[in-house]
Write a protein that binds this ligand. Sequence first.
Ligand code: NAI
Ligand code: MG
Length: 489
Amino acid sequence: MSATLSAVPDVHIRETECFIDGKWVPAVSGKTFATINPATEKEIAQIAEGDREDVDAAAKAARHAFDTGPWSKMDARDRGRLIYQLADRMENEIDDLARLETLDNGKPLKDSRNVDLPLAIDCLRYYAGYADKIHGSTIPIRGNHLCYTRREPIGVAGQIIPWNFPILMAAWKWGPALAAGCTIVMKPAEQTPLTCLRMAQLAKEVGIPDGVINVVPGFGPTAGAAVVKHPLIDKIAFTGEHRTAQIITRESADTLKRLTFELGGKSPNVIFADADLDAAAMGAYIGLFLNQGQCCCAGSRVFVEKKQHDAFLEKLQRLAENRKVGDPFAEDTEQGPQVDQAQFDKIMSYIDKGRHEGAKCVTGGERVGDKGYFVEPTIFDNVQDDMSIATDEIFGPVLSVLTFDDKEDMIHRANNTFYGLAAAVWTRDISVAHEFAARVRAGTVWVNCYDVFDAAAPFGGFKMSGYGRELGEEGLKAYTESKTVTIAL
Ligand code: NAI
Ligand code: MG
């Protein structure tokens, strides 16, 4: 395999500064950092490197827009209309945005264009429709009183997102925040700031008022930490590594911010012997290799019932061996590069560990080409529960196959992880499917499918995979406070 790169088709880089109070401004320090094309390892552009002072300006703008700006007085339905208009604008620019996403992140253009962008637009529309449907209830309390609740916006939302689905993560966070009437200080991932910055400009053009959305690019320990500590920010919504979430929990303690976290996983994907093996092999393949394996919900522990192990593995292996790795802008590419050198190194080190710990690498295991962060689709067979490739989130195209022959034992092993984001089961036996769905400790369970996402369906983790849920009504509520009003009659 080699990764030949064609010339990058025209991609316009327009926004590279901080977006604060409706204006594009350089970082106060004047510093910039490079965002890299992971397919070529070449610099794409220099981006303003935001830090404490920039976050401070953004937080003040967001506070002002929330407390006294036009946003705070706007009718909910008009707020919804602006979110619809942002979605429409993104749809009009879908090809440009998809190319920009692929350039910055490395994911195949086909995926950016046909998966990430449509899901992001759909998410904004889902929440746009919610803006005028957020209400409390009237409650029959004792005595001669009228008691009711109001659902009010939580205030200024600090949002810190990762690089694996840059535009989609921005939409997951902006949609419910804007619908609820919050204002935003977003810090995009340092690896992939470009599409979020572009979205901010589109938001400005459709008329979302100044200060409602602020974007401060920069690094986690500087710009990110400043968002976490800022006293004018009421809530942090974070997606990323659980270790970062632990830091955020500690650093937000002084201001007791509301927290929602969407973190990693080591999700079990369980294949019973009676399953449709072709569908299960495809589900295991997509469930892990989608997005270069850089998915929080990746089905990275595939448990297959022993008597079908060989037949299943043969099908899975064939799929992985035929996966087209290469230039993310090429039409037939299915897998692009990993996002950066750090992720590439982490993945290669886990492949080494897998070999040393005695798992059998049945396909892949090597770098592809010598430029760009390309990794072969890799499958380890004969993986044991305590090997690091079975316990740690690798976040790359590395799939572990484990076997089971006892259902009870398998459920125990599936749950034997500090993560609990997602799980899947493949079987034709409806009782087994429901039993697994009920007993697995995970926020999302897929039965005879994988990676089925919808803006209306809540998503988030049990255990150390997160706090709270995103998407759906639960995702919206995480941007509201409940207020109880009691009136003596
Ligand atoms: P990370 O959690 O460090 O980064 C995610 C975001 O948090 C970025 O915007 C980053 O700048 C910011 N951040 C980092 N440190 C911060 C701090 N102290 N305060 C505030 N914000 C901070 O994840 P990273 O380093 O990019 O990837 C490391 C591993 O994390 C990956 O290999 C993967 O296992 C996991 N990960 C999981 C994701 C998920 O979707 N659940 C997404 C990205 C990474
Ligand atoms: Mg980190």
